[in-house]
Design a protein around this ligand. Structure first.
Ligand SMILES: [Zn+2]
Length: 160
């Protein structure tokens, strides 16, 4: 469990997600699902939502924002990271991602893994033990770490 701060927020820095408040974890998952509803995805017809938990306890959400010039498309995870960094949050505990087609096939389970670019961007701001939840529904999700998704990565240490 987290410890209360003066602001009433909870801090989870350095704690494994298994110690996290179950309500907070559920909030993160629901936030990712909700964020996907704002997706602008007329080209791929694939909605993605992400919710990034900062160590301050704040949750930053994002969705995919596509563009007619496909290369200008922005992933949901990047939207969330950029929002967080631009608001002063630089350390993260967990990320939840939810993706689904505009017209899902019956009984099809969608697990939207972060793309390679998002894994690299996350590695700039998160440790390999960052928890990544790949969410199909509130009760159906996969749990990975960033290190599992991006082993042997290139990072700032390589440039020192
Ligand atoms: Zn991506």
């Amino acid at each position: 469990m987290g410890t209360s701060t003066g602001s009433g927020r909870l801090e989870y820095q350095g704690l494994d997600i298994c110690y996290m408040n179950e309500q907070l974890l559920n909030n993160l998952i629901v936030s990712a699902i909700e964020a996907s509803k704002n997706s602008y995805s007329p080209y791929s017809k694939y909605r993605v939502g992400a919710a990034l938990l900062g160590t301050s306890g704040r949750i930053f959400t994002g969705c995919n924002v596509e563009n007619a010039s496909y290369g200008a498309t922005i992933c949901a995870e990047l939207t969330a990271v950029v929002k967080a960094i631009s608001e002063g949050e630089h350390k993260f505990s967990a990320l939840a991602i939810h993706g689904s087609s505009h017209q899902p096939k019956p009984n099809q389970t969608y697990y939207a893994y972060p793309c390679g670019i998002c894994r690299q961007v996350l590695s700039e701001f998160a440790e390999p033990d960052l928890t990544v939840l790949i969410v199909h529904s509130e009760n159906d999700y996969l749990k990975r770490t960033l290190g599992e998704l991006l082993p042997d990565s290139f990072g700032s240490a390589n440039l020192e």
